[in-house]
Design a binder for this molecule. Sequence first.
Ligand code: P6P
Length: 337
Amino acid sequence: MNQYEVITLNEFILESQSQFPQAEGDLSHLLHHVGTAAKIVNREVNKAGLVDILGEIGTCNVQGEDQKKLDIFANDHFINSLHSCGEVCAIASEENESFILFDDDMARNGKYVFLMDPLDGSSNIDVNVSIGTIFSIYKRKTKQGEKATMEDFLQPGTEQVAAGYILYGSSTMLVYTTGQGINGFTLDPSIGEFCLSHKKIKSPEDGIIYSINEGNYLKFPAGVKQYIKYCQEKDVDTQRPYSSRYIGSLVSDVHRNLLKGGIFMYPITESAPKGKLRLLYECNPIAFIIEQAGGKATDGHKRTMEIKPSSLHQRTPFYCGSTNMVNKVEEFIRVFG
Ligand code: P6P
């Protein structure tokens, strides 16, 4: 790609589809709608400080977390946009207790189900720290025309047909995969298009950044405590001590480590005995992205994408990033528990 060639997200999606003669264009159409919805949410996120869309609305989501006005805006917008595209028969969201069924003529025959965290890290909104949208797409298991059921959502991450995230940061990026590698698109506000900016991202198999909320140190499993100490010890050969970088916004921490190399960890703690992050619409899509970039994503023992889900909002411990770093923390967990 020469420096002057601009490849928009939609051109890239169509070009990618053309490589699969049997493709019918429905996933391409769905991904186009994700991109359009992301632009609308980005517009609201960018002006959040100027209009009455900051702050809480006095309600809690199914997780018991205070809902922010932007949370609700993003959730509603993605739901409406994906409903109108007709390719999705049902949606599950962090913001909704159960999945939303589209049982009308427009979407009943949709081939896919869509899962999302519409605005992850929303506690950072009011202090202008970057936030993100995370999404995961599966082919439905129920027959087209039938009503979608929970079975369509409780699929292991290995069954994902696409996954990605939008990062509303210093620039707005959309990063996604359909299983043929991952590519990053940066929104050019002057033309209102996501343009290919990070082609075929490959993540370094080693890194010198570790990301974890060390405020929970006393509650971590022994192996995680030992690994943190390992990261902090001086060792010239392995470029230790590593740097600690933690934004507290999953998409931001993962994106930085994806590009630079590093490990993100959210272990179990006393207050989160199963971990804090949700398997279906946070960990699985991130795991798909990370693995497609050559990295690794596990629960400390098992590949995240092979976990068989049992409920929509189930949580899991999560260790992801550079393969050698994930292998090392798993080694400490094996030895120290
Ligand atoms: P803690 C944000 O609330 C989030 O879901 C992720 O984006 C982030 O990685 C994590 O929680 C931060 O959690 O407990 O460190 O504040």
